[in-house]
Write a protein that binds this ligand. Sequence first.
Ligand code: ADP
Length: 575
Amino acid sequence: MLPHADSCPEKEIWLQNLHPEDKERVLELQRQALATDEPYEFEYRLRDGRTGEYRWFLSQHVPLLNEAGQIVQWLATCTDIEEQKRAEQQLKESQENWRLLAETVPQLVWTTTPDDSATYCNQHYLDYVGASPEDVLGSGWQHFVHPDDLEYTLAVRQHSLETGSPYEIEYRFKDGKTGRYRWFLVRALPVRDDASQIVKWFGTSTDIDEQKRTEEALRQSQETAGTLMNSNITGIYISEGEQIVNANDTFLRMTGYTREDLREGRMSWWHMTPPEGRARTLEAEQELTTRQSLTPYEKEYVCQDGSRLPVLVGKVVLPHSPPQRIAFVLDNSARKELEQRKDDFLSMASHELKTPLASLKLQTQLLRKKLEKRDLPNVEVVCARMEAQLNAVTRLIDELLDLSRIQAGTLEYAQDTVDLGEILEEVVDMIQSMHTTHTIVAQRASSPAIVVGDRDRLARVFQNVLSNAIKYAPNAPLIDVVLTTEVSTVTISVRDQGIGIPRELQGKIFERFYRAVPLQQRAFPGLGMGLYIVSEIVKHHGGTIRVESEKGKGSTFHLTFPLASSRDAVPQGRE
Ligand code: ADP
């Protein structure tokens, strides 16, 4: 019972034990309530006489009336509500902590009711969608979910509601700043009441856009690699050292090996390379190591059944550990077959032309003799022109024949001991007599330069290089020829001051049919065979040919041969 009278000893004691912070409020409340004569209640803290600590109480006051309706007494109850107050305080604090936590974490945090209506979202959430709570709460949040993901999202939530199990889902959520959708991982837990009914869902949404894009890029690149690997156009294999560790079906089909051969480690690109292709293959591997990639080159593989497959191979180093290399292999047999047919045709055509041409030449000579006897005007000049043209055609056909023989490996060489200085001198004299437009200044050798080889073919080499020097220097009449002997080699250098060869084309001029002058440039007729034949003959003699040139500034061809004494070390066969 709480004392009512303004001054009584109980009230004095009560006031003394009332918490100072509550005193004024309580007295004011009491004053107001008494003025209305209505029941009233209030809470306050009162000191416990035993412990000296304050505890919360609830005072409830009801007036007792007499028959005339006047208040005779106030009935008051006082209940200790300390426990309840504490629980309320704890709840308040934990709610506050929860909110603080929700605002601190980097995720979007939210709660929804079971009918998918949002009841809370943290500031981070609002900042991300760039909207106000009114736009997001209720069903507003659904407007920010990607339209393609919404149906699925709601279905998952519905299912979880039915089963009561937490859910995890990924969906795209709109970024208010950019208008772009980003991927989020959404996790939600149900919150239940005492009756175990789900009253709300507590959820977090984590931005996984970067991860998703990386995954997507990875998936796409794996898909691309897969498509590439499964293409039936290119044979692909991956090697570690000499061992082929993986290959696509196309490569296996090309070479006749099986997956089991591959699994059992029975495939090695080195063993599949025929002996005569190994030097070029080693060169290619060297290039691959230096440049991390290899310009495609032609080679042959020995197939499982021992047959040969012409291929075009390019390789790239894979940045893996252990080091791996990936090879792209194109079946080159169709092209090779076509090339072979072209070679066969050239060989046949030149053989077919050679006989009638020889007879034509003979007939021309006979005709000339007969006409000379008649003493007709201009016979000499006309016949000489005819013979010159016939000689040009004969040279061309001889070149074509040589080319075919080189291709077939049947070009025969004499093995004589010859003086290269002497051969050069003869060729210089011959070419000089035919070309009055140019002056060939040749430094004669002081001592013989003896090599072992084919005199006629070596003469053809010099003829070709000198003829080119004249042909490609129409406005520069001076040609220099120098012969230099070293201890074991002799070098012939032919220098002109003509049109020169662009640097990037210099490596190609020794290839078959390659011409460094545009096709339409009629001033320099030719078929691009000469230097190919020259380089093959030089190679056969164990020598080398190289060019130094600059566009517009002339060219110098250097031909180096081993002298006879050191010739023993040079292989005789065709390389
Ligand atoms: P071609 O019949 O075209 O002269 P070659 O095989 O003898 O064939 O020469 C190949 C190419 O090299 C020529 O087409 C030309 O472009 C270039 N070439 C050869 N010699 C010279 C030179 N002395 N000066 C400039 N270019 C040259």
